[in-house]
Design a protein around this ligand. Structure first.
Ligand SMILES: NC(=O)c1ccc[n+]([C@@H]2O[C@H](COP(=O)([O-])OP(=O)(O)OC[C@H]3O[C@@H](n4cnc5c(N)ncnc54)[C@H](O)[C@@H]3O)[C@@H](O)[C@H]2O)c1
Length: 296
């Protein structure tokens, strides 16, 4: 790549002799490429390929996690489909090649800490496990608050700590977690969920700052309304479901497969210079804050 290429040499004029160089002179040393830095142009035809990499998809038994796992495997990754629901993880694995189920409850901090030792090197960590209790703040119980924060924040914190350290030691890795458009915009009843998703983005950004020099990238994907078991409550109410469809620029819900491309992008070398970002995959929901068209 050009950013690591030798700068062009200009011939020296005898009238302007080169000043003596000291060991501290930066021209004496050429920095070695940082971990993860490409040294040549990639094969663009294989830019999204993940052959030889191992991806762990936590929450891969359902919805967006299932589709992400299948898409990563289709790009050549060995994929471990982790879920607290082992039968669901097995169900995902039956749908593609190169997928292995793994039972993991990420609320069990000891199990999370032990997982890297059981699984070996993981190059890509995708976390899709998440929960929402849709209630106004005044109606929330402390137990509900702890449940949402426990899964959406604490468990993600534990996973990052368990897997990012070994990634940093190997000098490469990509961590992808699912935030939400609720990290950016809210409505009544989304308070705790929204707070955890915004907090998750800041956690990932800070991890990006701390471990970027060791070649580990951290990014969030922010879905809009997606047809999965997580949104069963909304789909059961036609007025609510339709209002959500109309709120996106595309006028519809997402199929969970429409999130998988973002996961492949952030897992692969196609995103080698992307870290600390939040990729909105929300059908334009957060781009549009009104529908009134002024008269022409
Ligand atoms: N579906 C949407 O409309 C939507 C919108 C915005 C953001 N998101 C986010 O996207 C992510 C994926 O959502 P989804 O709709 O695919 O959810 P989902 O409910 O379909 O799937 C979640 C999976 O996580 C697993 N899981 C739950 N708790 C777990 C635990 N403690 N340990 C291990 N696995 C556990 C579940 O068994 C399930 O297989 C979530 O973080 C969610 O907040 C979803």
């Amino acid at each position: 790549m050009t950013d690591t290429a030798e700068p062009p040499q200009t011939p020296q004029s005898p009238e302007t002799p080169e000043p003596p160089q000291t060991p501290q002179d930066p021209r004496n040393s050429r920095p070695s490429p940082a971990p993860g830095a490409p040294t040549e142009r990639p094969d663009y035809a294989r830019l999204f390929r993940l052959d030889g990499r191992t991806a762990l998809v936590v929450g891969g038994g359902s919805g967006i996690g299932r589709e992400s796992a299948l898409a990563l495997a289709a790009q050549g990754a060995r994929v471990v489909v982790a879920d607290r629901d082992l039968a669901a993880a097995r169900g995902t694995c039956k749908l593609g090649e190169g997928l292995t189920p793994f039972e993991l409850d990420i609320l069990d901090a000891d199990a999370v800490a032990a997982a890297p030792g059981e699984l070996g090197d993981v190059d890509v960590l995708v976390v899709t496990a998440g929960v929402n209790v849709r209630k106004r703040i005044l109606d929330y119980s402390g137990e509900e608050f702890d449940r949402v924060v426990g899964l959406n924040l604490r468990a993600h914190f534990d996973l990052i700590r368990a897997f990012a350290g070994p990634m940093a030691q190997r000098g490469r890795g990509s961590v992808i977690a699912f935030s939400s458009m609720r990290a950016v915009v809210v409505e009544p009843g989304q308070g705790v969920y929204a707070a955890t998703k915004a907090g998750l983005v800041q956690l990932l950004r800070t991890a990006a700052a701390e471990l970027g020099p060791q070649g580990v990238r951290f990014n969030a994907i922010a879905p809009g309304v997606t047809d999965t078991p997580l949104t069963t409550q909304i789909k059961a109410d036609p007025a609510w479901a339709d209002a959500y469809a109309q709120a996106s620029a595309l006028g519809r819900w997402a199929h969970p497969s429409e999130l998988a491309g973002a996961a492949v992008f952030l897992a692969s070398d196609a995103s080698s210079f992307v870290t600390g970002s939040q990729l909105m995959v929300d059908g334009g929901w957060t781009a549009v804050d009104g529908r009134f068209e002024p008269p022409r």
